[in-house]
Design a protein around this ligand. Structure first.
Ligand code: ATR
Length: 274
């Protein structure tokens, strides 16, 4: 029987996941489809029951359901537990639900794809201390990156997050700016710079060492003011498309056993958004 997959969220029209997964199914000769499903917060439980009854093999979860779905998942892996958020569900043979979170690992894969590996990087700076920062930091540590330093508008939250990591440190934004040249990898995880709604930069990356890898998980716009400033200061910049594509590729691999072509996908999405 033809398998089908989905992404649930509210809103959902803007999601690029259906086109991405459909292209990968085609490329790999897999007879399956992937549907965007609009699910309002108070319909989540019913929606999950319907997905199961209708034979959905797995689905992605996006805003605002990533944490709310947790009580309905039978088996959570460590990444989902640690982030308190699920972005990928697989329906197991016995009909139970397995939930994971591929966002952090997707981020690390996107770095590795451009040659940024733990052996080449010493100090890492994470900007932000929310859910995205947590997931990314956990995956960075698991991949051998570190030590990790955290900076955030609300320093208390950076301190709380730093306490979860070996040699984790918290810095004020101004201390992070004045010590910026010591970091080999800088990861911007806040929503500052997204669209026009939140213009500006969470901190100024001016003064980074030449060749520092500077990443922003935002991909709309493709180049935030933060990334542009980092590039002008000699940084090797990477936007959030790689993370988006690799989190999807990890979900695709969980469902099908195949890790799809990410490079081509990153280029085609960049062209579309550019
Ligand atoms: P996510 O899951 O996307 O990480 P989140 O958990 O709400 O979302 O975290 C948002 C992060 O962006 C936080 O680090 C937040 O800083 P505070 O902890 O000080 O709130 C940061 N952030 C959001 N808007 C910001 C702004 N205008 N300036 C600076 N930081 C901002």
């Amino acid at each position: 029987m033809k398998k089908w997959y989905a992404v649930i969220g509210d809103p959902i029209e803007q999601s690029m996941s259906p086109a991405m997964h459909d292209e990968w199914f085609q490329e790999n000769g897999i007879d399956a489809s992937y549907l965007p499903i609009h699910v309002k917060a108070d319909h989540l439980e019913n929606a999950i029951e319907s997905l199961k009854r209708l034979g959905c093999s797995g689905w992605n979860v996006t805003v605002p359901h990533k944490s709310a779905i947790i009580p309905f998942i039978d088996k959570l892996d460590e990444s989902a537990r640690r982030m308190n958020a699920v972005n990928t569900v697989k329906v197991l043979e016995d009909g139970t639900l397995y939930g994971t979170n591929t966002d952090g690992r997707g981020f690390v894969r996107s770095l590795q794809e451009i040659g940024c590996v733990s052996g080449k990087i010493d100090e890492v700076l994470i900007i932000g201390a929310g859910g995205a920062a947590n997931g990314i930091s956990f995956a960075l540590e698991a991949a051998g990156f570190g030590p990790l330093s955290f900076t955030n508008r609300t320093v208390d939250k950076a301190q709380q997050l730093a306490a979860n990591f070996k040699d984790g440190a918290a810095l004020s934004l101004s201390d992070a700016e004045s010590s910026i040249s010591k970091f080999g990898l800088i990861v911007q995880t806040t929503s500052v710079g997204m669209n026009f709604a939140q213009s500006g930069m969470p901190m100024n990356p001016n003064g980074i060492a030449d060749g520092t890898v500077v990443s922003d998980i935002i991909y709309n716009p493709l180049e935030t003011e933060f990334l542009r400033t980092a590039r002008d200061s000699g940084g090797n910049i990477i936007n959030g498309i790689g993370m988006f594509v690799h989190q999807g590729a990890l979900a695709f691999e969980l469902w099908t056993g195949v890790y799809p072509d990410t490079k081509k996908m990153i280029t085609s999405i960049s062209t579309k958004l550019g």
